[in-house]
Design a protein around this ligand. Structure first.
Ligand code: NAD
Length: 404
């Protein structure tokens, strides 16, 4: 697999149809949202953007319409979740799956995992379209990819779906613990954010001690609420925000002393660390000038709105811990299901490995210093270097790897 292709003439963030910055996007682009895709342009984009395979899965009896994008298998089988959403157009679905698959390549690469980048989307409203037949038909398409792509849970799919997929194919991760899987990845993701904060604190204050530090957690769902538990245990002062009163209440039952702010005020709150753990796109030309924190470090995906926002945060004097480095706990946890020794999944071993996120972040921040670039770009370069280096190793012929 060649290293990521470079495309000349791309102005970062200039395309209003494709506003969100994601890994590597400052140099490479994906099919634009809202543009009707002609059949030949699908191939053109796949080639131009360096995708190995884009598979369209159609099964009329169950109503299945799905797309699987395999961006890269340079480091191992492509791993990424299945998103089940009622996309407005097929072009939107294609754009989303390609963007997300590329992001997985970068996340796995920077995290040192032997996994490539892939993603899948099922087009439809899961509330009305999901059926046993549809999920099992989808699983058979996954099986047909013969292990090139391993799926997992994502927005709109559930662990029950993964368990159902497991009945048709072994190429699924994150199944229930009773089936030998690693279960819900959120605790591992939260632990990864907590470990990333060690590296952030060391860099800013010369110690990993969070005692007395003020952290604002915006979004206290599965990841954010578990992060609050870790922060309280570490002696931090915590402020939370969420659009869901139930989510706030659930945290306050455990931690009555946490302060609550309106979600719209979260990023403006004066604090040591702002931790976005809700939606993407939280850092923009509007919100970055309003930040009153020393660092941003949270689990939300695609926190930067455009590819120029990374430099804007630097200019604001705020340390940005790149989202896909910080939130890799879930994929590191899932990778432990496929341990090279063949040993079964072990939560303690997985969480020990997740703790390595602190070292990954230290490496990325050091690279940002050395190259004089924003941390997000340093993460991209670190991932791209590993992809290129391991691709070169793969060209050395030998006996097949045990897991191949
Ligand atoms: P979740 O749905 O359990 O929690 C999200 C929370 O954010 C909810 O409580 C929701 O009410 C709240 N929220 C929604 N809009 C908000 C807003 N504008 N302001 C404040 N709060 C808002 O999701 P999660 O699994 O905890 O994931 C959180 C983020 O982390 C997402 O961006 C997700 O993509 C990312 N992430 C999660 C994992 C994982 O293992 N779950 C792994 C990697 C990345």
């Amino acid at each position: 697999m060649p290293g990521p292709a470079r495309r000349a003439g791309v102005t970062p963030g200039a395309d209003p149809l494709w506003p969100q910055a994601s890994p590597g996007e400052h140099r490479r682009r994906v099919p634009t949202l809202g543009v009707t895709m002609q059949a030949p342009s699908v191939f053109a984009h796949a080639e131009q953007e360096g995708f190995e395979q884009v598979a369209f899965c159609h099964h009329a009896p169950s109503g299945l319409r799905a797309i699987v994008a395999v961006h890269s298998t340079a480091l191992g089988p492509a791993v990424g979740g299945t998103r089940f959403l009622p996309y407005a157009t097929e072009a939107d679905a294609l754009a989303d799956v390609c963007r997300l698959a590329r992001g997985m390549t970068y996340k796995h690469a920077v995290s040192g995992l032997d996994a490539g980048g892939g993603k899948a989307v099922i087009i439809g409203d899961p509330a009305t379209t999901r059926s046993e037949a549809l999920i099992r038909a989808y699983a058979r398409f996954i099986d047909g990819l013969a292990g090139r792509y391993l799926t997992a849970e994502d927005v709109g799919t559930t662990q029950a779906d993964m368990d159902l997929i497991r009945r048709e194919t072994p190429y699924v991760t994150g199944v229930s613990e009773s089936l030998g899987g690693s279960g819900d990845p959120s605790p591992a993701t939260a632990w990864g954010v907590r470990c990333a904060l060690d590296a952030v604190a060391e860099r800013l204050w010369g110690t990993a001690d969070l005692g007395g530090r003020h952290v604002v957690v915006s979004g206290v769902g599965k990841v954010g609420s578990a992060l609050v538990d870790h922060l309280i245990e570490a002696g931090a002062r915590v402020t939370i925000a969420d659009v869901s009163p139930a989510a706030i209440a659930a945290v306050r039952v455990r931690h009555p002393d946490v302060t609550v702010v309106d979600p719209a005020e979260a990023h403006r709150t004066e604090c040591d660390v702002f931790s976005p753990c809700a939606l993407g796109g939280v850092l923009s030309g509007v919100t970055i000038p309003e930040l009153h924190c020393a660092a941003v470090c949270g689990s939300a995906n695609n926190q930067l709105t455009t590819s120029t926002d990374g430099q804007a945060i630097v200019d604001r004097g705020v340390l940005y811990a790149p989202d896909y480095v910080v939130n890799a706990g879930g994929v590191i946890n899932i990778a432990e299901e496929r341990h090279p020794s063949g040993a079964p999944y072990d939560r303690d071993r997985a969480h020990a490995r997740v703790a390595g996120i602190a070292d990954t972040l230290r490496t990325v921040l050091a690279r940002a210093d050395a190259d004089g670039i924003p941390p997000g770009e340093a993460a991209d370069r670190t991932a791209e270097d590993r992809l290129a280096a391991i691709s070169a190793v793969a060209r050395l012929r030998g006996s097949p790897r045990p897991s191949a």
